[in-house]
Design a protein around this ligand. Structure first.
Ligand code: ADP
Ligand code: MG
Length: 357
């Protein structure tokens, strides 16, 4: 359905825009209908840039993005509007997406003018009600409320409902559960699982190897704009090949079951464990599974996630200096590191060749 073919994005930076920052380098992957693909990488790895290129919010520097066989990179006007009938995005922080003086109805109403101008009020209301109900909201509870009167979970679901007004085929979900508490995460994931069962494709963007993996068929691991490993989620989580993937997996509970087969209690437990590194470690030690898998136990001993240091309390100066150093090194490596070659290690499992240590 959606196919990325060696997609790159270079941002102009520096005072006169003379420098080019490669945010995304030659990324290729596909999303089929009813397929959830997790796009995983630490902050700054280029995930949102990819999502924005798919949503045509920013231009592609090189490469192509095909949707249902058609290259969408240059489409404009009517063709772009038609594209947005099928492809929509929902972003990270539901609290910042909308002006607090907006009522929830307005968030939905904004689409009406562009896409449903010819619908009668009655038909429009019916449509709004059914899409709110489809995301598990009671329309009477949420319509007429200001966005600040709604919970994070309600807002996130309104944004999904808004996307669903369009009868979409693909949803780009950028960090949509990072801000939510454990029980709300469970609700949103259940909703995504239902939508997927109805044939919706989802690009599930996440920085923390979070719950999305439990509902995804495929995973793509991104670092500094390049894909380091990708393929079937259970292969990547069960048998990670790249040292970076292994270090990521070291600090989080392992995928051992699909979301759809977990019971409610198990979902809640997994959801809350993913909130904190401690909870994650506890789950990994307990029934989280994965201990016996090659590579995982060994990787778990690696000291920390590359970006975990930033979330440590105290010693802010050191953390800031370190962040600055990291950013400089990051920019340098982004610019100079070649795009690694991906090799197939087994069916549906690709890994970037690593330079010999
Ligand atoms: P992620 O979503 O994975 O955290 P982003 O895609 O937002 O990462 O950013 C990838 C890189 O591109 C970062 O180094 C970021 O600073 C840079 N970047 C993102 N947007 C812009 C922009 N509009 N102009 C310049 N640099 C940008
Ligand atoms: Mg982002």
């Amino acid at each position: 359905m959606l196919k990325l073919d060696r997609v790159s994005k270079y941002f102009k930076t520096g005072t006169f825009g003379g420098d080019l920052l490669p945010a995304v380098k030659q990324v290729s992957f596909e999303i089929g209908s009813g397929e959830v693909v997790s796009l995983i990488g630490e902050s700054g790895s280029g995930k949102s840039t990819l999502g924005k290129m798919i949503l045509r919010l920013i231009d592609i520097s090189s490469g192509s993005i095909y949707f249902e066989g058609r290259d969408i990179s240059g489409i404009k006007g009517r063709a772009l509007r038609d594209y947005y009938r099928k492809v929509q995005g929902v972003f990270q922080d539901p609290f910042s997406s909308y002006n607090p003086i907006f009522r929830a109805d307005r968030v939905l109403e904004m689409l009406r003018k562009n896409y449903f101008a010819d619908l009668s009020d009655a038909d429009w209301n019916r449509k709004v009600y059914s899409s709110l109900e489809a995301v598990g909201l009671n329309p009477a509870d949420v319509l007429n409320k200001f966005t600040h009167q709604l919970s994070g979970g309600q807002l996130q679901r309104i944004l999904i409902a808004r996307a669903l007004l369009m009868d979409i085929r693909l949803l780009v979900a950028d960090e949509i559960i990072s801000m939510l508490d454990a029980s709300t995460r469970v609700d949103v994931l259940n909703l995504l699982a239902q939508l997927k069962a109805k044939g919706l494709g989802v690009l599930f963007i996440t920085h923390d190897l979070s719950l999305g993996n439990y509902i995804s068929e495929k995973a793509v691991i991104l670092r500094r704009g390049v894909v380091l490993e990708m393929g079937a989620t259970e292969k990547i989580f069960g048998n990670p090949q790249h040292s970076y993937t292994r270090s990521l997996l070291a600090a989080v509970p392992q995928l051992h079951k699909k979301w759809e087969v977990m019971g409610d209690e198990e979902k809640a437990e997994v959801a809350s464990a993913h909130r904190s590194p401690e909870g994650a470690a506890a789950l990994a030690r307990g029934n989280g599974g994965g201990q016996s898998r090659t590579g995982v136990a060994e990787a778990r001993q690696s000291p920390h996630l590359p970006w975990a240091r930033r979330s440590r309390h105290g010693d802010h100066v050191l953390v800031e200096e370190e962040a600055e150093r990291k950013a400089k090194r990051d920019t340098y490596l982004r610019t100079h590191e070649p795009v690694p070659e991906l090799v197939m290690v087994e069916e549906d499992h690709w890994v970037a060749l690593e330079a010999a240590a």
